[in-house]
Every structure is written in C-alpha cells, then in structure tokens.
Design a protein around this ligand. Structure first.
Ligand SMILES: [Fe+2]
Ligand SMILES: [Fe+2]
Length: 472
C-alpha cells in the first residue's frame, strides 16, 4: 500500500501533507468531529479501554492493528483502496472513457447528493446506538458494538474527505451539516427514515447490523462502481470494514436463535418468556420490521434519478463489471414486482428505470443467505420452525407498495384487517418492552447474558472470555 502516513494528525494514504488547503480544512473539522463523538457517541464509555482494530493500511492482508484504545483517541483516518491502473468508466453514456479523477462539472450536484446521503447514515447509526453499551450482553459484544461505532465514524471521515477534497466550499458546508443533523431530531433529522428509528435494545442492534448495514454494503458496492475514481476507491475500502458489521449482525442473531433452541430443548416448551429468553416468533417479528424498513432505503421501484445516475456513470449496479450486458441499458428491460388488482405479478419495465429495484433484488438475495444459515441452526436443534423474509411489499413506506397493506406472506389486506393483525407480524409495544426488560449490562468477562449463546470464537484469536473492554 502506497504512502500510508500513520504519524500525521489525520492518518491517511492520500498524501494529505502535500495538499495544505485540504489538510487545513480537515484539521479544522477534526475537533468538531471529536466534540460530536463525545456528545453524541457511546454514552459513558469515553474512558474505557477497548480492544479495537484500527485501519493502518488499505492492503487486503494485514490492514488492521488490534490493541486497547480509548475511543476518543481512535485514529480515524482516510484510506482509499489502491488505484487500479487505467481504470475506465464501466457503464452509462461515458462507458470506456478514462475514470474521472476530478468531479465532472455537470455531475457535481448529483455526486454531492449521493455522497452526502451516504455520509449522513454513518454518524446516524452511531447516534442510534449510543445507549447500547450500557446494556451489553457481554464484554465481547460491547467491544463489537464500539468497533462498529468507530468504523462508522471512519466512514463519515471517508465521505467528508471527498466533500472537502473535491467540492470546495459547498463540500465544507456539507461536512459541517453532517454533525448538525441528528438521528431522530425533530428539527434536524438524519436524511433517511431508517436512520431516525431508535435502536433501543441489542436484538434491534443485531437486526440493524444484519439488515441495515447490508443496505450500506449494497449502496457502497454500487458507488464503488462509480466513474468518479476517488469515490470508487473510498467505497472499496469501506466495504472491507462493513463486512465485520454484518458479521456482528448475523452471528448476533444466530446466537439468539441458538439460545432459544437450547432452552426449548432443555425445558421442552415454546414458552420461553418465563425463562427470560427471546422466542423464535418474536425474533421473526423483529426480522420483519428491520427487513421492511431497510427495503425502503433502496427507494422507489422505478426511478428517473437512479436512471440518471446510471447513465451519467456515477452510480452503477451491484457487481456491474460482472454483469453480461451492454452496460448502457437503453434497450433492456427488467422484471419488477407490481400489483395488479389484488395480486402481485411481474412486469417488464425499462431496465434503466429499474436500477433501484435490481439493487433491492440483489439485497434480498443476499439477506436470504443468512436466513438460510439461521434456519440451519434451528434444524440442527431438531426444532420445527423456519424464519422467512417477509414479502417485499410488507410494511413499506416508500415506493408503489407504501399505500397498501400486505401480510408478510404477500396477501393484500384491508386497513381493518391490518389493524387487527399487525401485532402478529411486527413487534408490539409489549414485545419491545419484554426485549428491553432482558437487557442488563454484563460486564464480567466470564459471563454472558441469559438470552444469548456465547459466540463460537473470540476476536483475533483471543478467547471468548477475554477482557475486551477495561473500565479503569
Ligand atoms: Fe458504514
Ligand atoms: Fe456499517
């Protein structure tokens, strides 16, 4: 990896020292970020020593260093994946031209909007999760939470770098605004709906990192295809960190399932609440909720904005270069689920307009893989229960399904039927209160909360009961 400067005030591999204007802008933003971290980041945890990984290069192997760090001292840096020699714009009207090293003037505002929308989600999730350290099921989990949090902070740095480096004064203003909007703030909310929801308990956190961070993965992967090369390189490196966040979600939910199965077998009952454990139907409701709000993040099924981004070469499809077509999409069609009368069917729509929907399809397929693995845990325990993804039209607030009511199985129902039954499909206030009642800080390294099984492995070869967080 070329030119990693770890000793600089802002660790980086972008030769920051050679661009004084940019260095000044970022060094002026840094204390504001730290202020934000201290006031909006993990509550009560600023003095803890946390066993964290820190990015120290953007190489595939050995890019991270593990050690105890107090979070405000975390070395948030700017790391881009290595440049690809002779990289081209791989899709849209500019296909075949050399990738852009500067922002094309005509796409400036579209690119800025994409970067701001992506960037805004990063600090939003830190804000959503700021209380969770106080109710961690183990030190292992607390450490994973903080790892995710500091990396979302670094992802904000990644986007702020792009704004400052390539968008001049407007970029600086956008960088400031990133720290002024706050999750759930009625006056200055975060940009996207799912990032204004609360993450009040650890089941929600695991579902969020499984479903909502996976939206992040899909968005970053599409932006990694961008003809704007600095954005592509930034997103490619973010994806390596993002993988851990989804691992936290998948294994977290998997451990909740394991615990439910263990207690069901031990006590020969489905009634797990009297044992202080999360039952599988309850878990399914949380899954329904998080999947549906995350589906909304992909936007409308048919979108001229998405078509424009594609034609402009600034946001591609998932794994664009592996798709076998002309990468122009002017004459192609794509199957989109639509409602006709009371039934869902598929209709061919112009592929360009359906770029969002295609990404949602890729997302749903990616989600399903983890569901299959979770179901294997249940099957292995000999329990007759299957988790399923709800229908894509279930509980949607954005797109063509936002004004109809649909069951998780995909049946259109009336408003009255919805009112009568939605408590079977989505967590009720009682369900949420029950899950919250299980949360209590477990801060002894040898202990694990009753509602979750221990992980199969510790972090970086350490044992599961390693002291991942030290309090003094
Ligand atoms: Fe992120
Ligand atoms: Fe993430």
């Amino acid at each position: 990896m070329s030119n990693v400067d770890l000793t600089a005030k802002i660790p980086n591999n972008v030769n920051l020292g050679e661009n004084k204007r940019l260095q000044r802008a970022l060094e002026a933003w840094q204390p504001k970020f730290i202020d934000w971290w201290k006031t909006m980041g993990p509550v009560g945890a600023q003095d803890y020593d946390v066993y964290l990984r820190t990015a120290i290069s953007a190489d595939n192997d050995g890019w991270a260093h593990f050690d105890y760090v107090k979070m405000p001292d975390y070395r948030w840096g700017i790391f881009l994946a290595d440049a690809e020699a002779d990289r081209r714009v791989n899709f849209g009207a500019h296909k075949g031209e050399p990738a852009w090293q500067e922002v094309p003037g005509e796409y400036r505002s579209a690119l800025r909007r994409l970067i701001v929308t992506q960037g805004d989600t990063e600090p939003a999730s830190v804000e959503q999760q700021r209380l969770l350290g106080q109710t961690c099921p183990s030190l292992y989990d607390m450490r994973n939470l903080f790892q995710v949090n500091v990396e979302e902070g670094r992802h904000l740095w990644a986007m702020v770098y792009l704004l400052d480096a390539y968008f001049g004064r407007d970029g600086r203003e956008e960088a400031e605004a990133m720290l002024e909007r706050h999750s759930g703030d009625p006056d200055k909310p975060r940009i996207l709906g799912a990032f204004n929801e609360k993450t009040p308990d650890w089941l929600s956190f695991f579902m969020f990192t499984y479903f909502t961070d996976r939206d992040g993965k899909m968005q970053l992967a599409s932006l990694a295809e961008s003809g704007f090369d600095p954005l592509s390189r930034t997103c490619r490196f973010m994806l390596t960190e993002e993988a851990h966040h989804m691992f936290v979600g998948e294994t977290g939910v998997g451990r909740v399932i394991q615990r439910a199965c263990d207690v069901m077998k031990e006590h020969r009952t489905d009634d797990l609440r009297k044992y202080g454990v999360i039952d599988l139907p309850l878990l399914q409701k949380y899954l329904n909720f998080h999947f549906s709000v995350s589906c909304d993040l992909f936007g409308s099924e048919l979108s001229t904005n998405a078509a424009n981004y594609y034609t402009q070469g600034i946001k591609g499809r998932y794994q664009e270069t592996k798709i076998d077509d002309d990468h122009l999409l002017a004459h192609d069609s794509y199957r989109v689920t639509e409602l006709s009368g009371e039934r869902f069917g598929e209709k061919d729509e112009p592929a360009l307009l359906a770029v969002n929907e295609r990404l949602r399809d890729d997302y749903i397929a990616d989600c399903q893989k983890g569901i299959d693995r979770w179901n294997k845990i249940i099957a292995k325990a000999g329990i007759d229960f299957k988790l399923t993804l709800p229908h894509r039209a279930f509980h949607r607030a954005i797109g063509q399904f936002s004004d109809i009511r649909v069951t998780p199985a995909g049946k259109v129902v009336t408003e009255a039927e919805w009112d009568h039954h939605h408590g079977q499909w989505l967590p009720t206030p009682e369900d949420r209160a029950y899950v919250i009642s299980l949360m209590g800080a477990v801060t002894d390294a040898a202990q694990m909360a009753n509602w979750i099984a221990p992980p199969a492995h510790g972090i970086k070869g350490q044992p599961v009961d390693f002291e991942y967080v030290r309090f003094d």
